[in-house]
Design a protein around this ligand. Structure first.
Ligand code: ADP
Ligand code: MG
Length: 393
């Protein structure tokens, strides 16, 4: 599934051309101000390359989940200043599609415009063909750099790519496909997956897709409690999915030795009563306590397994990492991945909360995916519509 990349286009395909770039500028806002501009910064390599090659850049993105048409709360006008600051160049705002085409034609070579929130237009989320055609009129070529939106077949991510050609992957998209793709398709063995988070239900497809490819799947998070319960162990007041016990049991049968459950847990009466926490082995969880993290023995076990791997994929925190001291297990696993990376292993982290949990360590891991839901669907082996629609390499 190799897709044509931006740097595979000849210079003439870019010079003076209007490049319509789907980015992911779905940034967090507080009182109209951008609180984290990393998604804008992540798009810089693609935008800079286009400008350097004389293209006229037209940026498209969604922001939030507006319901039923334009809403100032979700207007991309709010982020124009930030895009200008990050790019170091003026950015023209295009409020609507009708007048937008003329505005894109007026852009100078190297100029940049930002179009209003794609989700303001009826037909974006239903991938309406007429809307896709209107969007396509804003450019002479299409570049998709929004990996985080690629699992959705929307007019601005999928429909437009069938109409506006060439349709290629931007550099951020290319990087995501390269690292997630090669980790899954040609992993160096031993290949270890670390899965955690709240629920098995959201991760069944990931477990099933990874089982035939991995050598080991290490399970942490609340998810482990559903596995414990399926084995008849007491899990107290822990978060479990009672309707998934049969499923958990069958995954354990299917996975055999490959599925590694935590040896023990860090438990407490409640999140608020963290001072009363203690560590117990997995078969000794009291009925009046809940599991909020893995214990030290599990950290050590997981670390040793991670350190002996050549490829590691991690999705889902080992505990309630947002609430210290229950972040210890997640931190230790993050450090084990850092150490494995230093030893030459390929380490890939996917998932929204998991990416947050390794914030600051990005440079010491092989790849931290920017696409929460998209990276999960990728790990599940599902084709991403926004990727499929791009030109083949
Ligand atoms: P990701 O976004 O990386 O895919 P998930 O959304 O699946 O990860 O899981 C993250 C959530 O799981 C976090 O909010 C975390 O608090 C929760 N979680 C992890 N372990 C536990 C636990 N033992 N009990 C309750 N919640 C947990
Ligand atoms: Mg999450």
């Amino acid at each position: 599934m190799t897709k044509r990349s931006l740097n595979q286009l000849p210079a003439a395909a870019l010079d003076g051309q209007r490049a319509l770039v789907r980015v992911d500028f779905n940034v967090p806002l507080k009182g109209g101000a951008v609180t984290d501009d990393s998604r804008i910064r992540a798009a810089v390599p693609t935008i800079a390359y286009l400008r350097d090659h004389g293209a006229r850049v037209v940026l498209l993105s969604h922001l939030g989940r507006p319901k039923g048409g334009p809403d100032p709360k979700y207007s991309l006008q709010q982020i124009v200043r930030d895009v200008e600051r990050v790019l170091g160049t003026p950015v023209e705002f295009i409020p609507d599609l009708a007048t937008g085409v003329a505005a894109t034609r007026r852009l100078p070579r190297g100029g940049v415009a930002l179009v209003e929130n794609t989700r303001f237009w009826p037909g974006e989320e239903s991938n309406d063909a007429a809307l896709a055609k209107q969007i396509a009129a804003l450019g002479d070529l299409y570049v998709n750099d929004a990996f985080g939106s690629a699992h959705r077949a929307h007019a601005s991510t999928e429909g437009v790519a069938h109409i506006l050609k060439p349709a290629v992957a931007g550099f951020l998209m290319e990087k995501e496909l390269k690292y997630l793709g090669s980790a899954l398709d040609q992993p160096r063995h031993p290949f270890v997956a670390v899965l955690g988070g709240a629920k098995i239900s959201g991760k069944i497809d990931v477990i099933q897709a990874l089982l035939p490819k991995c050598d080991q799947i290490l399970i942490g998070g609340a998810m482990a409690c559903t596995f414990f319960a399926s084995l008849g162990l007491e899990v107290g007041k822990s978060l479990v999915e009672p309707d998934r016990l049969t499923l958990a049991k069958s995954l354990l049968t299917q996975g055999g030795q490959k599925i590694v459950l935590p040896r023990g847990a860090t438990i407490a009466p409640s999140l608020e009563r963290a001072a009363e926490r203690r560590q117990v082995s997995s078969d000794a969880i009291p009925a009046d306590m809940a599991v909020f993290d893995i214990d030290q023995a599990t950290c050590d076990d997981f670390r040793a397994r991670i350190m002996s791997a050549k490829t590691v994929i991690w999705n889902g925190p080992m505990g309630v990492f947002e609430t210290p001291p229950f972040d210890v297990g997640t931190r230790e696993v993050a450090q084990a991945l850092v150490a494995a990376t230093a030893k030459g292993a390929t380490t890939v982290v996917g998932g929204g909360d998991s990416a947050a949990a390794v914030a600051g360590l990005e440079d010491r891991l092989t790849h931290v995916s920017t696409g929460g839901g998209a990276s999960l669907e990728f790990l599940e082996g599902k084709p991403l519509p926004g990727v499929m629609a791009l030109d083949d390499a």
